[in-house]
Design a protein around this ligand. Sequence first.
Ligand code: SAM
Ligand code: CA
Length: 246
Amino acid sequence: MKHYNVGVHHPRNRVLVFVTTNAKDPISMKSIQLTEQLYSYMLQASLKETPVQSELRETTALLPGAVMQIPPEQGQFMGLLIKLLGAKNCIEVGVYTGYSALSTALALPKDGKLLALDNDPQNTKIASKFWKKAGISERIDLRIGPALETLAQLIAEGHHNSFDMAFIDADKTEYQEYFEALMILLRPGGLLIADNVLWSGRVADKAAVDEDTVALRDFTLSLRDDHRVSTSVLPIADGLLLAVKL
Ligand code: SAM
Ligand code: CA
């Protein structure tokens, strides 16, 4: 099989990387390809970030797990969806250093709330510091612990149908279980956003059978066929799956 290298923008770490593809699988012309030049233009032309959001990205870029942070245009897009929904109560599974949570909280009204779940007390310390700096820390309730346990606790406490928006971005092998819990916690008409469903393209590679890739593939298919939701996959950042609870 003939292979050639194509320089593309890697959605999760915002650097130019070379992806090996083969001549029988040319770049799709259906969605625009982001070269580094076009990506820079897009950010310059449309990104509106607060100074604290920029500073949080700069601080996180120095950490070994920096690729886990969502890109800024995704934060802005999620903020737009939150405003469109008129959301007041949001929940996030997977906080890391808090960029997606900060973007969410900034888009919420003053009395809005975000329940933020993560099992890592270290990186979330950075998150809390920046939330405070941004003046929105009273909107965020951080719960440290295994996300499935926290979600089960919320269900046991009776928070049924009470969230307007949920963002899933933690353990890829647990996405389906987060989704099942969130289907109880989200209100009808509520929006679920699942991150990384295109997984740098690995989901389309039949030879990729690692557990994260398989879980993301199964998750996307299972939601497509789930009558409780309507879904759409957007090829922005590392692939976003949007699902509205019917
Ligand atoms: N949304 C974040 C952002 O914008 O920077 C990135 C989240 S990062 C991809 C995934 C996070 O999920 C990590 O901080 C990790 O500690 C957390 N995580 C992974 N497995 C978890 C679990 N079982 N329970 C709770 N948190 C978990
Ligand atoms: Ca992610």
